[in-house]
Write a protein that binds this ligand. Structure first.
Ligand code: FAD
Ligand code: UDP
Length: 370
């Protein structure tokens, strides 16, 4: 008899498996339909011996010391600050848009305060910032919005930014200084030996058994357990009774090139040309030294593995209905990007699962007292 059956061995499931096994001394079975642990953060050495991320580039960053310290028990860190260039008007310029971006693009020599005035003169003020178009246009105006955001977003989501929640493009800020880092979080680092190694360490506890290549539906009626933790798509769990929640997918095209360096920075975004959105060169992220280099192109698509929840009001409405079903269940918990239909980064998923562990611990100690 297992105390917990955990569906999904990504961050959401693995954090709970580790906490329940090592802190609460529970017996855990964690299962995944894939042939590996680590969920979408899975990385491995390709046949040329270069460490690559199977499900697209994963860069770790967080402001949460609790999350950074927690994961730090299972890996050493390699400091890494991600930088991205965008191909716009035939030039490669920093994104997030900053002082260098504007001076390069328009052949100007503005300083920070002049750039503030420049943005002010272009911005189209809105009463309410509701959509992903509003966020950008209200800060930098239509022209920069069109150069950097409109067509990238259409490619990525197959929706116009005006059809997406503000939170989507709000992930990418606008700056008036020369800071060209993609993220400004306090902690920015990569697991020194990769994500998969970190997950192996998290899950290597005698109380944890791992079962791969298994859909939970194959075993749910034959393996006894007390509690279920589910981290897969929530609509699938409830047999799509309120219809399908849309998820956006990607196709990854990997290449290994017989050259040491392919591009000038970790990621180059292509808002306006090509069917792909961006190219990432893994060695920047991992710090690996190798005479060859591996890159990945991301081609957005509708069908395929569910990678991105799509933040817009009609989807939030459907999710709410599933959430009510989830809340009404006893002995079953939902956590993670797919099970709570949230466009979460890795650190947010870790924080969510740590918070769920705290809640479970509290519920069980209350039961004990009663
Ligand atoms: P997942 O990692 O998706 O794990 C869920 C697991 O459940 C999967 O392994 C799946 O196989 C399994 N599962 C589902 N259904 C079943 C079933 N029926 N039976 C058995 N198993 C099942 N975040 C960052 O912080 N930085 C980044 O740079 C970053 N880049 C990203 C790039 C891309 C292209 C994508 C798609 C995401 C990126 N993310 C990034 C987000 C990050 O991947 C997620 O936040 C994180 O992996 C979510 O973890 P999770 O455990 O919730 O979900
Ligand atoms: N975005 C854009 N142009 C860019 C970068 C981002 O329009 O050059 C928009 C796009 O809608 C994208 C969103 O901002 O989906 C969030 O970007 P982020 O890089 O955070 O996406 P992720 O890494 O999660 O795919």
């Amino acid at each position: 008899m297992f105390d917990y059956l955990i569906v999904g061995a990504g961050f959401a499931g693995s954090v709970l498996a580790e906490r329940l096994a090592s802190v609460a001394d529970k017996k855990v079975l964690i299962i995944d339909q894939r042939d590996h642990i680590a969920g979408n953060a899975y990385d491995y050495y390709n046949k040329d011996g270069i460490l690559i991320h199977k499900y697209g580039p994963h860069i770790f960053h967080t402001n949460a010391k609790r999350v950074f310290d927690y994961l730090g028990q299972f890996t050493q860190w390699r400091p890494y600050e991600h930088r991205v260039l965008a191909s716009v008007d035939g030039q490669l310029v920093p994104i997030p848009i900053n002082l260098t971006t504007i001076n390069t693009l328009y052949n100007l020599n503005l300083d920070c305060s002049q750039l503030e005035a420049f943005f002010e003169s272009k911005a189209e003020k809105k009463d309410k910032i509701l959509t992903s178009e509003d966020v950008v246009v209200s800060k930098v105006g239509k022209e920069l919005y069109e150069k950097f955001f409109k067509y990238y977003t259409r490619k990525q989501w197959d929706l116009d930014p005006s059809e997406l929640d503000a939170s989507v493009t709000a992930r990418v800020p606008t700056r008036t200084n020369k800071d060209d880092r993609y993220f400004t979080d306090t902690f920015q680092a990569m697991p020194l030996h990769g994500y998969t190694k970190m997950f192996q360490k998290m899950l290597s506890h005698p109380n944890i058994k791992i079962m791969l290549n298994t859909d939970y539906r194959e075993i749910i009626d034959v393996i006894p357990y007390k509690f279920l933790i589910y981290t897969g798509p929530i609509d699938s769990f409830f047999n799509y009774c309120y219809g399908r929640l849309p998820y956006r997918s990607l196709e990854f095209k990997f290449e290994t090139l017989d050259t040491e360096v392919f591009q000038a920075t970790g990621t180059v975004n292509y808002p306006n040309e090509h069917a792909y959105t961006r190219i990432t060169e893994f060695k920047y992220l991992t710090g690996q030294k190798h005479p060859k280099t591996s890159i990945v192109y991301e081609y957005p698509k509708a069908e395929g593995d569910p990678y991105y929840p799509i933040p817009r009001p009609e989807n939030a409405e459907i999710y709410k209905k599933y959430q009510q079903l989830a809340n009404a269940m006893t002995n079953t918990y939902f956590t993670g990007r797919l099970a709570t239909y949230k466009y979460y980064n890795m650190d947010q998923v870790v924080a969510q699962s740590l918070a769920l562990f705290d809640k479970i611990s509290q519920q069980q100690s209350e039961k004990h007292v009663n």
